[in-house]
Design a protein around this ligand. Structure first.
Ligand code: PGA
Length: 248
C-alpha cells in the first residue's frame, strides 16, 4: 500500500519569546533526534521573529521549519508584511496559509489566499492550506458545500500539487476542546480528495483543532488522516511529542 508520508505540524501562533521558544524547539528536537529516523515529517511554525534562531538550533536535526502566513508579492512597500522568499531565507520549507485566524481575524478572502499560495509555491515553499466550517455552517448542514467552495477558491490555477498539503480545521474545534467525530473527519478528508480530483490520493490531508495527547490517537488511527496541525498542545514539548510519536 502506498501510504502518504505523515506529517505533524506545530502552529505556535503568536506565542513564544526568544528564550522560551528556543528551549521548546530544542526539547522537541532532542526527542526527534532520539527517535531517528523519523517516519513522518515534523514541522515547527514559530512566530517569524524566532525562526532564524530556531533554524540555527535545529541544524542537523530532522525537524523542519515553516511560516504562519506571507504576502502575495515578492517585495514592495508593504509595511509589516513578509514575503514567501523571506521565509525561504529563514530556512523555511513550509508555510501555513488560509488559517481561520487569518480568514476571519484579518478578513482574508479565498481569492487572496489563492494568490498567497501561488506566490509561496513560486518561492519554493510547500503550502499548508487550511479550510474549515464555522459552528453555524456545521449546524446548518453546510460543511461539504463550504469546504468545497473554500478549497476550490483558495487554490490558484497554477497549483503544484506536489507542494500542497491541505489542513481540515473546523473553526468551532480550534482552541475550544471540541472535536468532530473521527468518522466526520474521514468524510471531509475524502471529500477534499474528491475536490482535488486526479491528484487527491497523493495530497496529504491533515486534521487540526484541539488535538491533544489524549485524543490524537482517535484521529490518527484513521488512514484518511495524514497527520495533524497542532496549536496550543504544540507549546509543550512532552505533550507535542506524545502526539507526534503516534505517527512514528
Ligand atoms: P488548537 O489550534 O490545536 O489550539 O485548537 C489548531 C490551529 O489553529 O491550527
Amino acid at each position: 500500500m502506498s501510504r502518504r508520508r505523515r506529517m505533524v505540524v506545530a502552529n505556535w501562533k503568536m506565542y513564544g519569546r526568544l528564550t522560551s521558544g528556543l528551549v521548546l524547539a530544542r526539547e522537541i528536537a532532542e526527542k526527534a533526534e532520539e527517535a531517528r529516523p523519523l517516519n513522518f515529517d515534523l514541522v515547527l511554525c514559530p512566530p517569524a521573529t524566532l525562526t532564524w534562531a530556531i533554524g540555527e538550533a535545529l541544524l542537523g536535526t530532522p525537524v523542519m521549519l515553516g511560516g504562519q502566513d506571507c504576502h502575495t508579492a515578492t517585495h514592495g512597500a508593504y509595511t509589516g508584511d513578509l514575503s514567501a522568499a523571506m521565509f525561504v531565507d529563514l530556512g523555511c520549507r513550509y508555510i501555513i496559509l488560509g488559517h481561520s485566524e487569518r480568514r476571519y481575524g484579518h478578513g482574508e478572502s479565498s481569492e487572496l489566499i489563492a494568490q498567497k499560495v501561488e506566490a509561496a509555491q513560486l518561492a519554493g515553499l510547500t503550502t499548508i492550506v487550511c479550510v474549515g466550517e464555522t459552528a453555524d455552517e456545521l449546524k446548518a448542514g453546510e460543511t461539504a458545500e463550504i469546504i468545497e467552495k473554500q478549497l476550490r477558491e483558495s487554490l490558484p490555477k497554477k497549483i503544484k500539487t506536489a507542494n500542497l498539503v491541505v489542513a481540515y480545521e473546523p473553526i468551532w474545534a480550534i482552541g475550544t476542546g471540541q472535536q468532530p467525530e473521527p468518522e466526520d473527519v474521514v468524510t471531509v478528508h475524502k471529500q477534499i480528495r474528491k475536490v482535488l480530483g486526479e491528484v487527491g490520493e497523493t495530497v496529504r490531508v491533515l486534521y487540526g483543532g484541539s488535538v491533544t495527547p489524549s485524543n490524537a490517537e482517535n484521529i490518527l488511527c484513521e488512514d484518511e488522516v495524514d497527520g495533524v496541525l497542532v496549536g496550543s498542545a504544540s507549546l509543550n514539548a512532552d505533550g507535542f511529542w506524545a502526539i507526534a510519536e503516534k505517527c512514528q
